[in-house]
Design a protein around this ligand. Structure first.
Ligand code: OGA
Ligand code: NI
Length: 340
């Protein structure tokens, strides 16, 4: 895995000099909730997911009012005193809540996060969301935004299926009775949150906001602010994913790469460490139901193109990725370990 370790040293293609940039797709033609129509955006989505594993969407139907409320609440939460944030601190048994010491591939990220999922105990950890008490609106706004992301993700999932020549609802059963997706509020401060903490001894320099990684699930819907710093790796260099007003960034996850047998690509991405301005971003990770076993779809596998992966038990995969993020419990699981 030497090439992998050196990825962070690859150069950045500043301002798309190579004539390549992450596509921006107008998805206004994807009919709400049905997956019918939207032929143009479906083919653009399929092409972008194959070539980049990343694209931005506009006219996605999530209202600007809701987006603004989510941003305000996220900023207000991270502005709370550390003691109030640590009142909802994540634990090894319950991954929901606040955290400021996350590892990606065993390296510490310069960020703070708050994670929450669907209502009730979730179906992997059997654990409940932890809600901060500073503002009763926080929970309502976050739940509304999560529900809007779930609806949008289903439309995107349908487009991914149609892009593979399959019926729009082909993968839907893998997200029933309940998906295991979750929202993460990310705060990338200029000042390292652990810098002044005498009780933390293993501190080393957190050189990136998020170290390079792929997202584990099916697809990610990311809301970023206007600061920038997100980069995707393609053809040996890093490309900025620039902030675009009212757009959402979509990227393909590991499970979609496996289902599509490498037609779609789960791209490696990272976030630079902030040095001038604090940054906020809010990804929704759309993940399959707990009992899902993911393997290349028989409809995309052929004699010419046999299955490239062994089957993956989603709950096991997710659990092993979370353990790797939380602390140094060994190397994080990657789909390359399932390659045939
Ligand atoms: C992540 C991630 C990107 C961003 O949280 O997995 O890649 O822009 N975030 O914050
Ligand atoms: Ni990511």
């Amino acid at each position: 895995m030497n090439g992998e370790a050196d990825l962070d040293k690859d150069r950045t293609d500043l301002s798309g000099q190579l004539g390549k940039s992450v596509p921006i797709i107008d998805v206004g033609d994807l009919a709400a909730d049905t997956g019918v129509g939207g032929d143009r955006s479906t083919s653009e989505i399929a092409a972008a997911a194959a070539e980049w594993g990343f694209f931005q969407i506009v006219n996605h139907g999530i209202s600007e009012t809701l987006v603004n409320k989510v941003r305000e609440q996220a900023e207000a939460f991270f502005a709370l005193p550390m003691a109030s944030k640590e009142a909802v601190l994540r634990t090894r048994d319950n991954p929901w809540g606040y955290y400021n010491n996350e590892l990606t591939k065993n390296r510490r990220d310069k960020k703070e996060v708050f994670d929450y999922t669907s209502g009730g105990p979730d179906s992997i950890y059997k654990a409940r969301n932890r809600w901060p008490e500073f503002d009763p609106q926080f929970r309502n706004v976050m739940e509304d935004y999560r529900d809007a992301c779930v609806r949008l993700s289903l439309r995107l999932l349908e487009a991914f299926c149609r892009g593979l020549g399959l019926p729009a609802d082909f993968l839907n059963t893998n997200f029933h009775p309940s998906h295991t997706g979750f929202i993460r509020l990310n705060y990338y401060p200029v000042k390292d949150p652990l810098r002044d903490r005498a009780d933390i001894t293993h501190i080393d320099e957190a050189g990136l906001g998020v170290h390079h990684h792929t997202d584990a699930g099916a697809l990610t819907v990311l809301l970023q602010d206007d600061v920038g710093g997100l980069q995707v790796h393609k053809d040996g260099c890093w490309h900025d994913v620039p902030p675009v007003r009212n757009a959402l960034v979509i990227n393909t996850g590991d499970m979609m790469q496996v289902w599509s047998n490498d037609v779609y690509h789960a791209a490696i991405h990272r976030v630079l460490a902030m040095d001038k301005k604090d940054r906020f971003s809010i990804p929704f990770f759309y993940n399959p139901a707990a009992s899902t076993v993911v393997q290349p779809l028989s409809t995309v596998v052929s004699r010419q193109k046999p299955a490239l992966y062994r089957s993956i038990d989603w709950s096991d995969y997710r659990g092993r990725r979370t353990d790797g993020d939380y602390a140094d419990y060994g190397a994080e699981v990657q789909i390359s370990q399932y390659r045939i």
